[in-house]
Design a protein around this ligand. Structure first.
Ligand code: NAD
Length: 480
């Protein structure tokens, strides 16, 4: 049984509480590791370590900080197979996804931000030869980072890398559902003799670890990724202290298919958008709208293609889909499917647990599910399910489908499939989401802003937007 430890002040240590939580392998339902059930004392120690490290780290030349980020990237690359296997076992995601997306992206996060900070330039505003203004950036101090279970190392490092590149120190809380790669990451930092206190990782539940990180007056900003409900709590705690918050929250993203699309590309792109990582990606296209002339044909081909997805043991490289992350979440998704039926939905494919034999028979598997006939205002079309469940509906006009796309509280992302590029631009400009793809899905460039509108988010991460969050911009006026 693996015993996970916190990483505080450069040392791996048990929690002060001495208590543990069980970590379950979703592929077979067995308990395979113990997680520290940390509390506010552990958080306080981590914050103190981060505060003590801040003067040294923030004064280190930017290039030197960047070199440390590159060392981390190299260390991760050398161990990428170990990390991918751990991510797959811990979260139930298919190893092929962990190998090609999660771990390469964690490496890229450090590589990209290792140089991004010193490529930034400031602004100058001369005033008629009488004075000059120039801007500088200052790191904030100790950052609190809270991340979810769906892309565990990918999203944890998406916060850590820019925060420390800009000269901050950090106290990070990974999801208690998927703590393993954060633990391996902290072991890597020990091996690299990474400067103590710059990165601290405290494991435990949201209320006992996440809440004190947000409530401490010593954390100057909170970068949160998770559900909209938790985001609300985080925001209200931070607001009373005028703390900066970045909130990356839920989505209910439209996937719009026009009749003039490249049909094959639109079908396979829509299947990927709906079901990648079992639909447990905030960007998944869970509401599919198809222009009426190709609706029936699209439906048929979509189902054919989705039925080819191979489901089973996440560690088997031939499987496209693994298990749902936890029993709780598995039960929630099945309830959502029942609700869709009560709301008049017709299940076109899936709709039930996916049976897996042998040693994985107690794992949490659900068949990719497609539902037709639920109204736009139904809970099924309004609430995030975050599982392998998508709805499909026809539309007749551009105006109508833009209304459908904008008809939820969320506004994270969306895809538009059309060969009329003017239409692509036009529709993308009218959808209230932070990220739109025309003829693709989830293609990411780390230089671009990432984040949602409405209940999907506050603020942007990525590129220089990340540094806008992780620094204070200062204007200095000099009389000439
Ligand atoms: P969650 O909100 O339950 O948990 C997220 C994190 O917050 C976890 O680490 C959890 O322990 C912590 N937490 C819980 N209660 C807390 C509290 N009171 N104070 C502080 N922290 C607390 O979300 P989840 O189920 O882990 O993740 C799934 C959600 O994340 C989905 O809604 C998904 O859309 C969203 N998500 C969004 C993005 C994005 O970039 N917009 C990316 C990935 C996931």
């Amino acid at each position: 049984m693996i015993r996970i430890q916190n990483y505080i002040g450069g040392e791996l240590q048990d929690s002060v509480t001495g208590q543990f939580l069980e970590n379950i392998n979703p592929a077979n339902g067995s308990i395979y590791s113990k997680i520290p059930n940390s509390g506010s004392e552990d958080v306080e120690r981590a914050i103190e370590a981060a505060e003590s490290a801040f003067p040294m780290w923030s004064e280190l030349p930017e290039k030197k900080r960047g070199e440390w980020l590159l060392k981390i990237a190299e260390g991760l690359r050398k161990k990428s197979k170990e990390f991918a296997e751990a991510e797959s076992r811990d979260s139930g995601k298919a190893i092929q996804l962990a190998t090609t997306v999660d771990i390469p992206r964690a490496i890229q996060n450090f590589e990209y931000f290792s140089t991004a900070f010193y490529h930034l330039s400031g602004n100058t505003h001369p005033m008629d030869g009488k004075a000059v203004n120039y801007t500088t950036r200052k790191p904030l101090g100790v950052i609190g980072a809270i991340s979810p279970w769906n892309l565990p190392l990918y999203l944890l490092t998406w916060k850590i890398a820019p925060a420390i590149a800009a000269g901050n120190t950090i106290v990070a809380k990974p999801s208690e559902v998927t703590p393993m790669t954060a633990y391996l990451f902290s072991k890597l930092l020990v091996e690299l003799s990474f400067p103590p206190g710059v990165i601290n990782i405290v494991h435990g539940t949201g209320p006992s670890v996440g809440a004190p990180i947000c409530a401490s007056p010593k954390t100057k900003a909170i970068s949160f990724t998770g559900s909209t409900a938790t985001g609300k709590t985080v925001a209200s705690t931070a607001a009373s202290m005028f703390k900066k918050v970045s909130l990356e929250m839920g989505g209910k993203n439209p996937n719009i298919v026009f009749a003039d699309c490249d049909f094959e590309e639109a079908v396979s792109g829509s299947v990927r958008a709906a079901f990648s990582n079992n639909g447990q990606i905030c960007l998944c296209g869970s509401r599919i709208y198809v222009e009426r002339p190709i609706y029936e044909k699209f439906k048929e081909e979509f189902i054919k293609k989705a039925n080819q997805l191979k489901i089973g043991d996440p560690l088997d490289e031939s499987n496209d889909q693994g298990a749902i992350v936890s029993k709780n979440h598995y039960e929630k998704i099945l309830k959502c499917i029942e609700l869709a039926k009560e709301e008049g939905g017709k299940v076109l494919m899936g709709g039930s647990p996916f049976p897996v034999d042998g040693e994985h028979s107690k794992g949490f598997y659900i068949s990719p599910t497609l539902i037709e006939g639920v109204s736009e205002t139904s809970r099924t079309n309004q609430e995030e399910i975050f599982g392998p469940v998508a709805t499909i509906a026809p539309f007749d006009t551009e105006r109508e489908v833009i209304g459908f796309a904008n008809g939820t509280d969320y506004g994270l992302s969306g895809s538009i499939w059309t060969q009329d590029i003017s239409r692509g631009h036009r529709v993308a400009s009218k959808i209230d989401s932070g990220i739109l793809w025309v003829n693709s899905w989830m293609v990411r460039d780390l230089r671009t802003p990432f984040g949602g509108m409405k209940a999907s988010g506050v603020g942007r991460e990525g590129g220089e937007w990340a540094f806008d969050f992780y620094t204070e911009t200062k204007n200095i006026h000099v009389k000439l």
